[in-house]
Design a binder for this molecule. Structure first.
Ligand SMILES: [Zn+2]
Length: 684
């Protein structure tokens, strides 16, 4: 479909075709993702989507935030709008056993004398709560819980989730608020972690936090790459009653006909007894391990809306609903060995090797032991039968020893584990800093584990962002003596790299280019990349912002650093002691000689070409990053604002600018300036 506009000589034809394609694609999307009954092939679907994309590009006036093309993301968000919830997003009270459920059921019955109370049970998804607002059957907002009263509108990100309808099917009410949970399915989560492992990035600990973090990403295209899922389970009772729907279970069924994903299998049941509730709980306590997503319990609601209304809410939670929380899963297995891993700061973490055991649907082979205190407290011996628990975390932990099965005291009992006194990697003494639980290897300069860790940190995405150097290659280079510290990276040559495993000409070229490019990384990220203990991204930004250069940071005293806003004595001590170390200073000097950024680039006014302009910057640029474009605006006397309003005097538009912004600017008659025009203007 190269020339779609030739097929639609008249604009009206094109607009009609756009409408038809959207309706058709919405319907196919629903069949594929919600009903799992596709009626056309992926290829046919893609062809229709491509046709629509091209038509929309040729007809920007037909922009619709809920077009099926918007599923792929695109709009960059500076920040999410804060929006008050129409009804507070309450949390549920918890229960942990049958007795507590029975007490709640009794209280409910006592408040509704003479009524036949029905209960409805559903799964308690372990994800992020969301409130979706539809107007004229189109998704207009997606609010996070926030503080319960005010949430953040993450609609652009939620629109990438295929099971969330952008347009409701005919028959749905025009205006609707529906609440549910967004979660990361296990298969997608594991695949994402596998990718991160390969690229040397830190793996995500659990699907819930990853789902929450994903929803807050500024770039919805990244969100579109992460296949989140959504289950909706809460509609406003008053609104449903107006439609003649009297029960929650009926409402859920009805939402399935409006385009929402209906509950799967036995995931919703109605009962009138506590026994019925507990049978449902018992079923899912076992069956949850076969689900492709995490649930942490069951939600029990009073089914009839008029009953819910009579019961009402407390300040914190509805009286007509109760969460039943599953017990944390626990398994019993043999402790085979304990290994000690040394991180980039020298911190030593004990990791238990276990006889593989099934826990929470996965095979567990390793568990965290945290630190020496934990080992001493548990009084572990190799060969002990231990209890392992898994909260929402990927890495389970050992919580106790089965004393009944523990080794008999006596001649043949192995000794209790003692935390080592020497580094398992380099043999240096381990020290424990007062007030900290961790032990550290003191061989800061030469411990291979620390050197590897520091290099991996230095090249990571948020630091110097060097591509093409995996964990194994770093280890090879350290073992070969080619990398003793991060400054050695800039001395690497093709001759040294080519003989290594996995290093073909092309990957060597890429690595060298990437290293050269990293020299332009701003000073604050260089400071972060050095891996100074306690200096994370935020602290690095603070230090760079207030001190401005390596020279100033290196000369600062503890008192001067503590005086900076947001920096405490522990951080200050760490910064000053690093720069007091001659080896560290020498390494920094070599980095400086290699040409990395050593100071914050001053944003002195360069001109007044934009004097009086109120500017919105949007989209992606060819010759500069978005941040650079913004700096250029202020450097030439312009004032930056985040969103387009009648006060805006200019929109600096790059590629991929969100169509909604474009439409708004056009509507308000604000001049839209492209990159070339902008550059010409500030250079004049
Ligand atoms: Zn060591």
């Amino acid at each position: 479909m190269l020339w779609p506009d030739l097929r639609y000589l008249h604009c009206m034809d094109a607009l009609q075709r756009i409408d038809a394609l959207r309706a058709e694609l919405h319907a196919h999307n629903h069949k594929y993702y919600v009903l799992a009954e596709p009626s056309i092939s992926d290829r046919e679907f893609d062809a229709l989507l491509e046709e629509l994309t091209q038509l929309e590009a040729a007809h920007p006036e037909a922009y619709d935030a809920n077009s099926p093309t918007q599923r792929v993301g695109g709009d960059l968000t500076d920040k999410f709008e804060k929006v008050p919830h129409r009804h507070a997003m309450l949390s549920l009270s918890n229960s942990y056993n049958a007795e507590e459920v029975a007490q709640w059921a009794e209280r409910v019955q006592a408040s509704l004398p003479g009524e036949d109370v029905e209960f409805v049970m559903e799964l308690k998804y372990d994800g992020v709560a969301i409130s979706l607002w539809y107007e004229e059957r189109a998704l207009v907002r997606a609010l996070t819980r926030g503080d319960g009263a005010v949430g953040e509108d993450v609609r652009t990100n939620v629109a990438t989730i295929r099971t969330v309808p952008l347009k409701l099917l005919p028959g749905a009410p025009a205006a609707l608020e529906i609440r549910g949970e967004i979660f990361f399915p296990w298969d997608a989560f594991n695949a994402l972690n596998a990718l991160r492992r390969e690229s040397g990035e830190q793996e995500f600990a659990n699907p819930r936090n990853t789902a929450a973090g994903t929803l807050k990403l500024q770039d919805s295209r990244l969100v579109a790459d992460r296949p989140l899922d959504c289950m909706l389970y809460n509609v406003d009772g008053g609104a449903m009653q107006a439609l003649g729907i009297d029960r929650h279970s009926e409402a859920v069924e009805r939402t399935g006909t409006w385009g929402f994903k209906p509950p799967q299998g036995r995931s919703l049941e109605v009962t009138t007894s506590v026994d019925g509730i507990m049978a449902f709980v018992a079923h899912w306590d076992k069956a949850r391990h076969n689900l492709n997503f995490a649930i942490d319990g069951i939600v029990i609601k009073v089914n009839r809306y008029n009953h819910q209304k009579r019961l009402g809410n407390t300040a914190k939670s509805p009286r007509w609903a109760l969460a039943y929380k599953f017990e944390t899963e626990r398994a019993r297995t043999e402790l085979v060995d304990v290994k000690y891993q040394v991180g980039r700061t020298g911190a030593v973490t004990p990791v238990a090797d276990l006889d593989p055991v099934q826990l929470g649907g996965t095979t567990v082979q390793h568990a965290s032991l945290h630190n020496a205190d934990q080992i001493a407290k548990l009084d572990l011996r190799i060969g002990d039968m231990v209890f392992v628990e898994k909260g929402g975390e990927i890495i389970p932990k050992i919580v106790g020893v089965d004393r009944e099965a523990a080794h008999a005291e006596g001649l043949f009992a192995p000794p209790s584990l003692v935390f080592p006194s020497a580094c398992p990697e380099c043999g240096s003494t381990l020290e424990r800093v007062e007030g900290e639980a961790q032990h550290y290897c003191v061989n800061f300069a030469d411990c291979p584990a620390q050197v590897r860790g520091r290099i991996e940190h230095f090249i990571s995405r948020k630091a110097m962002n060097v591509d093409g150097l995996g964990k194994e290659t770093v280890a090879q280079l350290v073992d070969a003596g080619l990398l003793r510290d991060v400054a050695d990276l800039y001395a690497l040559s093709a001759d040294q790299l080519l003989p290594l495993e996995r290093m073909a000409q092309k990957s060597v070229d890429n690595l060298l280019v990437s290293l050269a490019e990293s020299k332009a990384v701003p000073f604050e990220r260089v400071l972060f990349a050095l891996g100074i203990r306690h200096v994370g991204e935020t602290v690095a930004k603070l230090l760079a912002g207030s001190l401005g250069s390596f020279e100033k940071v290196a000369q600062a005293s503890v008192e001067e650093v503590v005086a900076l806003e947001g920096i405490g004595p522990v951080i200050a001590e760490s910064v000053v002691s690093h720069f007091a170390d001659p080896a560290f200073r020498e390494m920094v000097a070599r980095l400086v000689a290699a040409g990395i950024q050593t100071e914050v680039v001053e944003e002195a006014p360069l001109g007044d070409a934009l004097e009086g302009e109120v500017v919105v910057v949007s989209g992606v640029f060819t010759t500069m990053s978005r941040d650079e474009a913004k700096s250029a605006v202020t450097a030439h006397g312009g004032r930056l604002v985040g969103s387009i309003s009648s006060k805006t005097t200019m929109v600096l538009a790059g590629d991929n600018m969100g169509p909604s912004k474009l439409a708004k600017a056009e509507k308000l008659g604000i001049p839209i300036v492209d990159e070339d025009t902008f550059l010409a203007r500030i250079q004049s």
